[in-house]
Design a protein around this ligand. Structure first.
Ligand SMILES: NC(=O)c1ccc[n+]([C@@H]2O[C@H](COP(=O)([O-])OP(=O)(O)OC[C@H]3O[C@@H](n4cnc5c(N)ncnc54)[C@H](OP(=O)(O)O)[C@@H]3O)[C@@H](O)[C@H]2O)c1
Length: 296
């Protein structure tokens, strides 16, 4: 597909993880991309510009700047920033609703919201319910909308949830019972799924897709890392009290109920056939147990 066919796709969050993956996938498909950034002089914004991405400066406090940035685009992708407190939750909703209102004013033909799994309902998880509120705001608008609802990032196993090698055993600890399946997706695949939707090359039944590439219990996740490293594995379930805040504790309480909401892996692969499962992500991402965590 060439740029003449795809028109211009606007991306909010392009200097971040998920938005960056969307830009990667759009450029791979030959699309013309306009990134809505707050700091066009930042290193990450400049790096986008060197790859041919047009930069449009936006300030959430100046909604007219967002409307201008969205003029004449064919589709608009947005995510909302991380929130770690109830105050930040309100800021997240404000960012999301400002972007939606600007898309209405600019008459954007198709909006793709990078929400979160479970945001079709109220769950009591503050940083999921914030996305539910933005989804409701979108539903009340006259916009044509598709929700891409990512599950947990596989990349978390390269940092905050990294397994450790202890005495020759791959050990994974999470605040999750050992029989609770965890839904997972790679950030690369969030970008690819969103891109297929943005370019209109796929149908998304119901106007929403849960972005999930694998669903595994703690012991199964530990075993996948152990198999890759050629080591035996062990999983240890931790109490919720190890989490830094009540928002994350609510989220892991919700994770425990995952089996009430089974994933449709086939629906995701119908959109993006190359979606990685965890074993493929481990192989392809060059994952290694962090050296400073290895104990012999
Ligand atoms: N971690 C997980 O497993 C997981 C799973 C599902 C969903 N999520 C959700 O994913 C979201 C975080 O996504 P991410 O990791 O891709 O974020 P990220 O890497 O932190 O990127 C945030 C992006 O938003 C931009 N941004 C933030 N505030 C802005 C503002 N006021 N004006 C303009 N741009 C602004 C940032 O721009 P700058 O470069 O200028 O800062 C950056 O491009 C959260 O909502 C989280 O709840 C996370």
């Amino acid at each position: 597909m060439n740029t003449q066919e795809t028109g211009t796709i606007a991306v909010f969050g392009a200097t971040g993880q998920q938005g960056g993956a969307v830009v990667d996938a759009l450029l791979d498909r030959g699309a013309r991309v306009r990134a809505l950034v707050r700091s066009p002089e930042s290193d990450r914004a400049r790096a986008l510009a060197t790859r041919g991405v047009a930069l449009a400066t936006v300030r959430i406090d100046d909604p007219a700047s967002v409307v201008t940035a969205l003029e004449a685009v064919d589709a608009f992708y947005f995510m909302t920033p991380e929130a770690n407190s109830l105050k930040e939750i309100e800021e997240e909703v404000r960012v999301g609703t400002t972007l939606v209102d600007a898309a209405v004013a600019a008459r954007v033909p198709h909006v793709v919201f990078n929400s979160v799994f479970g945001a079709d309902r109220v769950t009591g998880v503050p940083h999921h319910d914030s996305k539910h509120r933005i989804e409701e705001h979108l539903r009340r608008s006259a916009l044509r909308t598709t929700m891409v609802r990512p599950t947990g990032f596989m990349e978390n196993f390269a940092n905050v949830m990294a397994p450790r090698v202890e005495d020759g055993t791959m050990v994974l600890r999470m605040p999750l019972p050992e029989d609770a399946p965890l839904k997972l997706i790679s950030i690369r695949d969030i970008g690819r799924i969103a891109t297929a939707v943005l370019l209109g090359t796929v149908d998304v039944p119901g106007g929403a897709v849960e972005a999930v590439g694998d669903e595994l219990t703690g012991p199964q996740i530990a075993a996948a890392f152990g198999a890759y490293a050629g080591l035996p594995s062990r999983y240890e379930a931790l109490p919720l009290s190890v989490l830094p805040n009540e928002l994350d504790r609510e989220m892991f309480r919700e994770f425990e109920k995952a089996s009430e909401h089974p994933s449709d892996l086939a629906a995701v692969r119908a959109i993006e056939p190359t979606t990685w499962d965890l074993a493929e992500w481990i192989r392809s991402s060059g994952w290694t147990a962090p050296a400073d965590r290895v104990r012999s």
